[in-house]
Write a new protein. Structure first.
Length: 83
């Protein structure tokens, strides 16, 4: 069994309204040293596959077909073996 941690965020240059609103709120609360806030989604996906290479290939396919919009999103994947 493998667990994949998939982190999905907006590409550089794509506006992040939720991050911008959060940063403004942090400034209003006195956290003036905050210079940027970007949001991300994290998916934890467990798969019963025989090897990490197969997991990575299938996770990449999931990201391209459903989890991301390749025009605006970037993603990174961490895979680990679990019991």
């Amino acid at each position: 069994m493998f667990e994949a941690v998939v982190k999905i965020g907006l590409k550089e240059g794509i506006s992040d309204p939720e991050g911008a609103t959060t940063m403004k709120s942090l400034h209003l609360l006195g956290f003036d040293t905050v210079k940027d806030v970007r949001t991300q989604k994290i998916f934890l996906i467990r798969m019963d596959e025989k090897d990490e290479k197969t997991v990575r290939k299938k996770i990449d396919e999931m990201c391209q077909k459903l989890l991301t919009n390749p025009v605006i999103h970037r993603y990174e994947v961490e895979i680990r073996k679990v019991d």
